[in-house]
Design a protein around this ligand. Structure first.
Ligand code: SF4
Length: 272
């Protein structure tokens, strides 16, 4: 998930904190015109006030964050604010921010990130709202809910799925007990070709050994876009042991990328 820089005002910070549900229920199909009431709470917890150029290939984009996540990654940069679901901004704030960027920065896309957006029952409505604004929609997901991802695929233009480690390590590494759900999401994304798909991994040297990457390469065989990105230490990481670790060396990322290209013919790019 992209780094989180909250943009909220006092008028929007009020509201109860609620715990993210493990499984969201999708609402039924809505009419094409999406006009949520201005004062109602949207699922958007925060957004970047400037457009992003790097998160959605081919698009200058509005980047919004939905709070609440069902993983517990020790290296999460957003955990302090994003682990539990928080009250969202008003629809007016979201609509105004979107309109401002459309008029001043000519955005053509939106990236819906988190947290884990698929935990929100209101996600389909949010997607349809952005579509009604003429924006291409990219969804960031940890892949934990393949059933919901499958329902959303016809609605979006791009998906980025994090691959944290090999599936059987998920319970220990990120606290997610359904490795099969990760495999299902990967297969789902590998099977379809309408949506632009990116898989990506944040590389920690002690976890992402050549053997680990071999298991991930097997999982992703046939993928058209895989990105390796470095781990960045920060003082507020959930895992105290990681706070003082070094940033992942670029040389290691390049070495692992070469391995994956050689052994699995994966088109791997290194970012950061
Ligand atoms: S999947 Fe992990 S890194 Fe992403 S928001 Fe959840 S806890 Fe943070």
């Amino acid at each position: 998930m992209p780094d989180f820089t909250p943009f909220r005002t006092d008028t929007d910070t009020a509201g109860p904190t609620v715990t993210a549900s493990a499984t969201a229920v999708l609402s039924p199909a809505a009419p094409a015109a999406v006009t949520p009431e201005d004062g109602a709470r949207s699922p958007v917890f925060a957004y970047l006030p400037k457009p992003t150029m790097i998160d959605f290939e081919g698009h200058l984009s509005f980047l919004v964050f939905l709070s609440g996540c069902n993983f517990r990654c020790g290296f999460c940069h957003n955990a302090a604010l994003m682990a539990e679901r928080q009250a969202g901004l008003s629809w007016k704030r979201v609509r105004d921010a979107c309109a401002h960027l459309r008029q001043t920065a000519w955005i053509t896309g939106v990236v819906i990130s988190g947290g884990e957006p698929t935990l929100h029952a209101e996600l389909p409505e949010l997607i349809r709202f952005f579509k009604s604004q003429g924006l291409a929609v990219k969804l960031d997901s940890n892949g934990s809910q393949p059933e919901i991802l499958e329902q959303l695929l016809p609605e979006v233009d791009a998906v980025a799925m994090d691959i944290k480690c090999r599936p059987d390590r998920y319970p220990d590494f990120v606290g997610w007990a359904r490795p099969d759900a990760i495999r299902q999401s990967v297969q789902l994304l590998l099977r379809q070709n309408r949506v632009q798909v990116e898989f990506r991994t944040t590389v920690l040297p002690e976890i992402h050994t050549p053997e680990e990457m071999r298991a991930i390469g097997t999982l992703l065989a046939g993928a058209r876009n895989y990105t390796l990105q470095p781990f960045h230490p920060r003082h507020d990481l959930p895992d105290p042991a990681l706070r003082t670790r070094e940033r992942t060396p670029k040389g290691l990322l390049l070495t692992l990328a070469e391995q994956l290209k050689r052994e699995f013919a994966l088109p791997v790019q290194v970012r950061g």
